[in-house]
Design a protein around this ligand. Structure first.
Ligand SMILES: [Zn+2]
Length: 426
């Protein structure tokens, strides 16, 4: 049996692929709060168990959001080959964001029309999950004698950071050698793109401090909001232009994200706004800001932090009574899998053969579950590759094209074949 026959088998399963996607869309796994994870995990697990996979369900007990009402269930299915070899793992998140307004279709109807499957999560990323399932099933049906092992997981909470999903499983060894060698995450990044990784993230909370006084005599107090204004001014005039000029060699898409960026996530100072009637006249003694700093492979996180702390320390010298506190909230280092890595080469071969063109190598502006595979699992041979148009994710009338799913399922089957049998480094 040749890989050609496997690709033809994928093509023949086009209706099954569309139907599987629609069935997955009809299970509304909305996160937050994290609904119906168990139903979706079992739906997937039951299908794969019938194909001879060993299936385990793992609840991420104690992870953020996990409760008896909204348990964080994950499913991991594994099929051993006929002899030792590497393990290829396809990981998809099963959660979707809320539908939001503006739909002209039932977001959980799994409607099919004109070669598309519509619904929340069709694109991000139940279409990718279905493509990986059909690719793997076709492969094992036609090449039952394969070496190594194949795994498929459906995991929770990617949309809220992945702590009840891939991070939890990675902490239990599910995404590390020797169990797993290569990971493909079928996120919707277009069927001819290989996503090598993502930029880094640093979130921090900064507080400027003041002294309360009567608002009619502000000179008797010290206004924390004016101190925060000075910080924002320094960000605006000094830091943001410098970051915008700092360009990366990482092929980030869209190209606007090929610089370092700073977002002011939120700002609060003085009294709360939800009082009845009028506020009382007070000089604010505290102002708080959350920054979302995205950084590049070319930057070190220590420098990223020192740049902001340097501005704060300078303001403390320049401004009377300026004092501040800074707290790290979250950080992820940038990651970018090498273009020569086995999983990248295998998927690139698939794209060339199935679509007759060179792959686009891209990097995501934001992070996704690859961060946990990299940081907790310490596994470098990981990429995102899957069908669907990223711009449609989280939008009303989200859909995935059936042709795109078939093409990317063929690429996945081709890559699987090369990784398991093609003499790639294991
Ligand atoms: Zn996604």
């Amino acid at each position: 049996m040749a890989i050609r026959d496997v690709l033809r088998a994928v093509e023949d399963r086009r209706d099954d692929l569309a139907a599987l996607t629609a069935d997955l869309v009809r299970i509304p796994t909305v996160n937050p709060p994290g609904e119906n994870y168990r139903d979706c995990a079992e739906f997937l697990g039951n299908r794969l168990r019938r194909r001879g996979f060993d299936v385990v369900y793992v609840r991420a007990e104690g992870s953020p959001g996990d409760s008896d009402r909204y348990p964080r269930w994950n499913v991991v299915a594994r099929k051993e080959g006929s002899r030792p070899g590497p393990c290829v793992h396809f990981n998809s998140h099963i959660d979707v964001v809320e539908p939001g307004a503006g739909w002209t279709r039932n977001p959980f109807g799994g409607e099919m029309e004109d070669g598309r499957v519509y619904g929340r999560g069709a694109c991000d990323m139940k279409g990718g999950l279905a493509a990986s399932v059909v690719a793997v099933e076709a492969f094992i049906d036609l090449m039952p004698d394969f070496p190594g092992a194949i795994e498929i997981s459906g995991t929770a909470d990617e949309e809220s950071g992945g702590y009840g999903g891939v991070a939890y499983l990675a902490g239990k060894g599910f995404f590390s050698k020797p169990r797993v060698d290569h990971v493909i995450i079928p996120e919707p990044l277009n069927k001819d793109c290989i996503c090598l990784g993502h930029r880094g993230v640093w979130w921090a909370k900064i507080e400027t401090k003041g002294r309360i006084a009567h608002g009619s005599m502000p000179f008797l107090g010290d206004c924390a909001v004016r101190h925060m204004g000075a910080l924002l001014h320094a960000f605006e005039c000094e830091l943001i232009p410098v970051l915008a000029a700092r360009r990366t060699e990482m092929p980030v898409i869209p190209p606007g994200a090929r610089s370092s960026t700073l977002n002011i996530n939120s700002i609060h100072g003085g009294q709360r706004e939800d009082y009845e009637g009028l506020p009382s006249p007070c000089v604010p003694d505290s102002a708080r800001l959350v920054i979302d700093r995205r950084f590049l492979m070319e930057e070190r996180i220590e420098d990223v932090k020192a740049e902001v702390i340097g501005i704060l320390d300078r303001l403390a010298e320049e401004r009377t009574d300026f004092s501040y506190a800074i707290e790290d909230l979250f950080e992820v280092l940038p990651t970018m899998t090498d273009r020569d890595a086995p999983v990248v080469r295998a998927v690139a071969t698939g794209i060339r053969e199935v679509m007759g063109r060179e792959p686009n190598y891209v990097v995501s502006p934001g992070t996704y579950d690859q961060k946990h595979v990299d940081r907790i699992g310490r596994l470098k041979d990981c990429i995102a590759y899957g069908p669907g148009i990223l711009d449609l994710a989280h939008q009303p009338d989200e859909y995935v094209g059936v042709d795109d799913m078939v093409d990317s399922a063929k690429v996945m089957a081709r890559a699987l074949h090369e990784l398991l049998t093609g003499g790639s480094r294991a």
